[in-house]
Design a protein around this ligand. Structure first.
Ligand code: NDP
Ligand code: 8X3
Length: 251
């Protein structure tokens, strides 16, 4: 049965791959991001490739007013949201705590934690109205174990894990599922962002083993939405076969 899926951070990586996987399966999509031209181009591709029904919303998840204003504009034929995927996020820098940049810390907290809270709070009334829904939060293995020089990125993803647990408890009466997916290393634009355009440093992260691809995570996110109404996967840690956890990666 066709569902309506809202994806944040759909202009790249996991979010873009999710847009393809969910629309190929016949779902309606609300794709969101902060680059309007990329959203429009993705919509065009999804319509051409999958005959998908797609609505685009351009906003920065860090901007509380913009988030609530954008969600309010969702047209009636897209407003019955079945699945919200809180995917937008980033790491900035890989520095020892004492050397790290305060602006980087604030951007990670504002995006990965506060952005996720704003979008969830704005979308939830639509799900609560329907007495059904599914929130999928993209955490990380960094939210399972803290690693060296990961400080605030790891903290932000630990917050995603904790918020997911508390959402699941509070939303029990509303029959809303909450799933936290914690991927390990995946080759997307993530490391390029983390290392601020230093392509050699970014490429080195994925050298010597086969990392996850964006589509692998997208397929897992799709899978958790295909289970019966009474079945909820609460948490999933997904790594490539060469990775055991944040500390052990076989190169
Ligand atoms: P990408 O950099 O490829 O994609 C990140 C997406 O998030 C982009 O569309 C980006 O848009 C969007 N985004 C970032 N900041 C904002 C913002 N303030 N407002 C709106 N959109 C924003 O990385 P991934 O696909 O790999 O990352 C997706 C999620 O997965 C993140 O939460 C990341 O932390 C998490 N993750 C990634 C892993 C990896 O190894 N790749 C592993 C585990 C978790 P823009 O281009 O405008 O910045
Ligand atoms: C992304 C994976 O290992 O860089 O969340 O934290 S890692």
């Amino acid at each position: 049965m066709s569902k309506t899926i809202l994806i944040t951070g759909a202009t790249s990586g996991f979010g873009e791959a999710m847009a393809h996987v969910f629309s190929a399966a016949g779902n309606k999509l609300i794709i969101t991001g902060r680059k309007d031209s990329l959203l429009s181009a993705l919509k065009e591709t999804l319509v051409a490739k999958h005959g998908a029904s797609v609505h685009t919303l351009c906003f920065d998840v860090q901007n509380k007013e913009a988030v609530f204003a954008a969600i309010k504009t969702i047209p009636d034929n897209f407003s019955s949201i079945d699945v919200l995927i809180n995917n937008a996020g980033l790491a900035l820098g890989r520095d020892a705590f004492q050397d790290a940049n305060l602006d980087d810390w604030e951007t990670m907290i504002d995006t990965n934690v506060k952005g996720l809270l704003y979008v969830s709070k704005a979308v939830l009334p639509l799900m609560i109205n329907n007495k059904k829904g599914h929130i999928i939060n993209i955490g990380s293995t960094a939210g399972v174990e803290v690693y060296k020089e990961g400080n605030v990125y790891c903290a932000s993803k630990h917050a995603v894990a904790a918020i997911s647990k508390s959402m699941r408890i509070d939303l029990l009466p509303q029959h809303i599922k909450v799933t936290a997916i914690h991927p390990g290393a995946a080759e997307t634009n993530f490391s390029n962002t983390r290392f601020k355009g230093d392509e050699a440093k970014a490429a080195a992260v994925y050298e010597g083993y086969k990392a996850l691809e964006a589509v692998d995570v997208a397929n897992v996110a799709y899978y958790v939405t295909t289970l019966p109404d009474h079945v909820c996967i609460n948490e999933l840690v997904v790594t490539c076969t060469s990775q055991a956890n944040s500390f052990y990666l076989q190169k």
